[in-house]
Design a protein around this ligand. Structure first.
Ligand SMILES: Nc1ncnc2c1ncn2[C@@H]1O[C@H](COP(=O)(O)OP(=O)(O)OP(=O)(O)O)[C@@H](O)[C@H]1O
Ligand SMILES: O=C(O)C1=C[C@@H](O)[C@@H](O)[C@H](O)C1
Ligand SMILES: [Mg+2]
Length: 259
């Protein structure tokens, strides 16, 4: 064997070791998930991630390959999170609820913490139609927008393992709910009319609220939708006066405890 072949053989041997070690590391993820389940511990522990990064930096200090190895570790951690999410949620997480209840905010947070892709049906429609939601309502009318929502769900029918933040009116149509339930669990986020008002009062991006930006209007529309929202939801999480991470944890633990 010439020298280069010898080195390649060595690399191959190290690859075997890496595979063995990575598999053992993944087994630990299974163990941790099982342990958290048994002890009723929070599934999301974002503070652990920061500590882990610091600990790894310390271990790699003065290592010639510090940057490269650190990058590999980040990828390892990313994939461990993906593996965990895939096991916990082998379906789409469909966030529904009134405007301003926090669907987009929670979807983004969960997407980061679980390494799951997130998608906004409103954004999806804006891209397809090449118009803002306000423009669609003004030029084509609400009924047209509602058809776009159904079409968006049909296009997304085959996707799996994503977090979908649905437009506030999406669950009002039976055909939409059917599509949402096909390969997803429906998470209803709630907030009081006062909270919603506080969160959205300076925005003009929600056509239904333009010219109606007051607690009374919000309260009336919310009441009209309440029973529909509640009847289609697999789980419900109230978001009033709660920080994002607490809402996200509640979503995740309630979903994980579904049969
Ligand atoms: N738990 C929370 N605490 C404080 N502010 C929040 C919370 N959740 C969301 N917000 C803020 O409220 C506003 C509305 O939130 P978000 O856009 O996520 O709502 P949404 O349900 O997606 O609304 P829409 O249906 O109109 O898309 C944002 O400015 C966001 O930063
Ligand atoms: O609640 C609703 O009906 C809506 C909510 C937004 O997400 C947009 O989908 C649109 O403004 C309509
Ligand atoms: Mg949103």
């Amino acid at each position: 064997m010439d020298n280069i072949e010898k080195v390649r053989a060595k690399i191959s041997m190290y690859d075997d070791e890496i595979i063995k070690i990575l598999s053992k590391r993944m087994d630990c993820i299974d163990e941790i998930m099982q342990y958290k389940k048994e002890k009723g511990l929070p599934i999301l522990q974002p503070e652990y991630e920061g500590k882990k990064e610091v600990a790894l930096c310390k271990k790699l200090k003065d290592n010639k390959y510090e940057d490269e190895i650190m990058n590999v570790f980040r990828y390892v951690v990313k994939n461990a999170k993906k593996y965990q999410a895939k096991n916990l949620f082998p379906y789409n997480i469909m966030l529904i609820g009134f405007m301003g209840c926090g669907k987009s905010t929670i979807a983004k947070y969960l997407s980061h913490i679980l390494e799951m892709e997130d998608l906004e049906t409103d954004d999806f429609i804006v891209k397809r139609e090449d118009m803002t939601i306000n423009e669609i309502f003004q030029r084509k009318g609400e009924e047209y927008f509602r058809k776009c929502e159904s079409n968006a769900l049909k296009e997304l029918e085959t996707r799996q393992g994503i977090i979908i933040s649905c437009g506030g009116g999406m669950p009002m149509r039976d055909e939409n709910v059917e599509l949402m339930k096909k390969n997803g669990k429906i998470v209803l986020l709630t907030a009081s009319p006062e909270t919603v008002y506080d969160r959205v009062k300076y925005s003009n991006q929600r056509p239904l609220l333009n010219g109606n930006m007051n607690v009374e209007y919000i309260s009336n529309l919310m009441e009209k939708r309440r029973s529909r929202y509640e009847s289609v939801a697999d789980i419900v999480v109230n978001t009033d006066q709660k920080p994002i991470h607490a809402i996200a944890e509640e979503v995740v633990s309630k979903l994980a405890n579904l049969d």
